[in-house]
Write a protein that binds this ligand. Sequence first.
Ligand code: ATP
Length: 360
Amino acid sequence: MTEPAPSKKRIAVIPGDGIGKEVIPQAVNVIQATGATVELTEFDWGADRYLRDRTTVPADGFAMLGRDFDAILVGAFGDPRVPTNIHAKQILLGMRFQMDLYANVRPVRLLDAALCPLKGIEPKDIDFVVIRENTEGVYTDAGGVFKQGTPDEIATQEDINTRKGVERIIRYAFEYCERHKKLDGSPRKQVLMCDKSNAMTHAGGLWQRVFKEVSREYPQIMAQHMYVDALCMQMVRDPRQFDVIVTNNMFGDIITDLAAGLQGGLGMAASGNIHPGKTSMFEPVHGSAPPIAGKNVANPVGAILTAAMMLGHLGMTREAEKIEAAVLEAVRQKKATQDIGGSLGTREAGEWVANFVGRE
Ligand code: ATP
């Protein structure tokens, strides 16, 4: 009897600008080396395209991605030739907002003790995930400037927090905690909500009330709270205490860079922009890094781990685990770029991982 053909997952690939154009081809090679049943389609959205024909997102672009693809793999956007950064805003923020990718999920794992700037920390000590609200907060661009350029100038930046938005991200964090295990196979047990409700009482009050309510539905999960300033200090003093952290858009943005520092820098960090049941987008945490672009020095690990996260999200757990194991080996053996102690270029580091994945 023949097995039914596995359905091919359709993945849109948008390398974008700068080092995105260097690291994403490596991530794609690694995906292909797993033998995953995927169909990859590349799009040229980014600064080059914008400078050529002024297109940021082609008409119907987001609808097309949602309709024709199961996931999107993105590199980075930002190019000194486009000082307004308009293409980056329209593509990246457009995707997050218009496709309603409300959960920004950033796993924080230490692959090698040598990569952590903290003393006495082992890889098993850093294995947590930050779940950042991705569609609200202070990043909605609500507000304005009044009497600009005068001594009486006033600038306001509104912090938007809807009941719906807060509830769905907190619920996502509990669901994530329930469904995901730690790297060592043990279950995740704790969701910690991070805010600044002592100073930002209105928005913080809503987060507090909703967190209490939703946590009652998950009595088996420990619900904890920390103010964001205390959390920053604790993350540096003792990162072992964290498991799943849920927070708003701005605090999430900040604490995930701190967390990336604990795992060896921006070149190591992966992320997903997720709306359960809809086409979701996966991108390395780093930006386009113009100073190092085009030099074959960018670390491809963040992009490769992002590809693994995407395959895991699409149900290809075996392929995702293969990639993670290969990356772990590359980091341990220093078959890697200079920022993490190796001596390979972007291409060579990517090829090493792809060869390791494809060995069997
Ligand atoms: P954005 O605002 O677009 O997120 P950013 O200004 O915060 O970007 P990046 O573009 O990510 O920052 O990079 C900042 C610096 O970090 C780079 O100039 C580079 O030195 C380092 N860096 C970032 N990503 C990598 C990488 N993949 N490999 C090596 N170094 C990196």
